[in-house]
Design a protein around this ligand. Structure first.
Ligand SMILES: [Zn+2]
Length: 551
């Protein structure tokens, strides 16, 4: 090696422990191009800054002179890292450390899991859990305080519903919170025999001991592990509290921040400390970009605010969280401070309210503001086109459609389903579409979402032919919404969302070609490796790997 080259290499090594230039070749590279079509490539050249230098087209042999590391992709499929436009990072971590009630098949199943968890975690501390969904139980009725007391009565127990819009508390927890059977429900909430819905949750939540810093750090580390294992390299971090923000920053300071977080602060309170959007920090891994608001609740707990009464409960139209004036004033304060706004709206009345508010804000703050509606789930078909002229973004979760289908039919009846989970309608109108999962409401695994997006079928192939199949997307449209679309939704399309020169080399290697897999095989795609900024940050343990230390 020439002395000059040695000097250059030494300088590069001093500057960064990474390789100066890495080539990953022999891959089946797939991404969505700027034209919306699938683009195929055979490799990437990655600079020492962790960014893509060159995308190697199919059939082109790279000259490997001057390259420091060559990685043989062995023909595996390479995709851009997935960006989940809407997830709850800390909740994902905390849930993973708590009693897991996802998939409980009955009240008895919940009770058994609670009993086992209490035995495994003895003491008198609070037992926290999440993930139950009474819609999956034969009775379809909310659990009660008495149901929990029958299993654990000597310490507080609080268990959140899968959508986070309701919780059930045992008598010890209600006592600790100073709540009795006679406590009236606050505005925007309901109480039924120990189940607290929407605004009523706060009556119990305020008594739950706050996690320590160490517990927060542990939960965040756990969340990152889970996300990387599913190939998620970026997240729209929704409903971020100041505690969450500080946890992310501690992780960044310690050099442990891997996943890129586009942060949406929870309401206006955090703006006392973070008064304006921040720059990207920690090598483009953390940025406060927006503020999250809520217009209504969720469909499962009948908290979604509808224009007409619920088909299966005609005495209610759900929960309106704010008057128009109240929500407008809050959103205006965030917009005036330069933040993007992201507003939760599930029901058609809530979506109409938020669109109306965004029309006013757009007139006041013209330009590229990308007003986001989170979920955009049940929308009056007459309201959907109003999104386009104001540049609003539909941030949607394809697995909600498959999870909620039967419940949505019951809640809404047949006539209101035209604007439900209307992805293709959104696409055809040219409204920017971003996909995510709302984890931990759903698993952060993007592949069941891609599968649902292209088929409108669940992982059991139900219903045959797909549910309202005219709203299916092509694979390219679905992948775009999960990469380019979710980057755009977070003002990050110049950095991530596609593999192009100058953007970060964030990508995954997977075990099959998802563009060629049938619907079910697509949903079962597994991630083999996850790379961020040109470095491997997660790899699946080999199935036949030797156990550590010979155990
Ligand atoms: Zn959410």
């Amino acid at each position: 090696m020439k002395r000059q080259a040695l000097a250059a290499l030494a300088a590069a090594l001093l500057a960064s422990p990474a390789w100066s230039t890495t080539v990953i070749n022999h891959v089946n590279g797939i991404q969505v191009g700027p034209d919306g079509n699938l683009q195929h490539f055979s490799g990437l050249v990655i600079g020492d800054d962790g960014k893509v230098k060159q995308v190697i087209p199919e059939g082109v042999m790279m000259k490997l002179a001057g390259v420091d590391q060559v990685i043989d992709g062995e023909g595996k499929t390479l995709l851009p890292g997935f960006i989940d436009a809407h997830g709850h990072v800390m909740e994902l971590g905390f849930d993973a450390l708590q009693l897991d009630l996802v998939g409980t098949t009955s009240l008895q199943d919940l009770q058994q899991r609670l009993k086992a968890y209490a035995a495994a975690h003895p003491g008198n501390g609070w037992i926290k859990g999440a993930g139950w969904n009474q819609e999956l139980w034969p009775t379809k009725t909310f659990p009660t305080a008495a149901d929990l007391d029958a299993v654990v009565s000597d310490r507080p127990v609080v268990l959140e519903r899968v959508d986070g819009h309701a919780l059930v508390a045992n008598s010890a927890a209600m006592k600790a919170a100073g709540v009795s059977a006679n406590t009236p429900a606050p505005k925007g909430g309901e109480i039924h025999n120990g189940t607290f819905v929407d605004a009523a949750k706060e009556l119990i939540d305020r008594a739950v001991p706050q996690p320590t810093r160490a517990q927060q750090d542990e939960a965040f580390a756990k969340a990152q592990d889970i996300l990387l294992g599913f190939g998620v390299t970026g997240v729209g971090s929704m409903s971020t509290s100041l505690d969450d923000w500080n946890t992310f920053k501690r992780s960044g300071e310690a050099g442990n921040l891997k996943v890129r977080l586009m942060v949406y602060l929870l309401g206006l309170d955090p703006l006392k400390v973070v008064p304006h959007p921040t720059d990207w920090t920690y090598d483009d891994r953390l940025r406060a970009v927006g503020v999250k608001f809520f217009a209504d609740g969720a469909l499962g707990s009948r908290g979604a605010w509808l224009k007409q009464p619920y088909s299966d409960k005609p005495d209610t139209r759900g929960l309106q969280f704010h008057s128009d004036a109240e929500l407008l004033a809050q959103e205006d304060a965030a917009a005036a401070a330069g933040f993007q706004t992201a507003t939760h709206a599930i029901g058609d009345a809530a979506n109409a309210q938020v669109i109306g508010i965004y029309e006013k804000l757009h007139a006041k703050y013209p330009g590229d503001r990308r007003w986001r509606i989170e979920h955009f789930q049940i929308v009056d078909p007459a309201d959907i086109p109003r999104m386009k002229p104001i540049g609003a973004v539909a941030s949607m979760q394809p697995t909600h459609q498959t999870s909620d289908r039967l419940m949505a039919e019951a809640r809404l009846g047949p006539d209101r389903l035209k604007g439900a989970y209307a992805w293709q309608t959104v696409e055809k109108l040219g409204i920017p579409l971003a996909f995510g999962t709302d984890f931990p409401v759903e698993s952060p695994n993007p592949f069941p979402g891609l599968s649902a997006a292209v088929s409108r079928q669940d992982m059991n192939g139900q219903p045959p032919g797909g549910w309202i199949p005219s709203e299916r997307l092509s694979f390219a449209q679905a992948l775009a919404a999960y990469t380019r679309g979710s980057a755009y939704a977070g003002f990050a399309e110049g950095k991530i969302g596609s593999l192009e020169p100058g953007k970060w080399a964030d990508f995954v290697l997977v075990d099959r070609d998802p563009s060629k897999a049938d619907q079910q095989a697509l949903g079962r795609t597994e991630v083999l490796q996850t790379w961020i900024a040109g470095k491997k940050v997660w790899a699946r343990a080999a199935a036949n790997a030797a156990p550590e230390r010979g155990k």
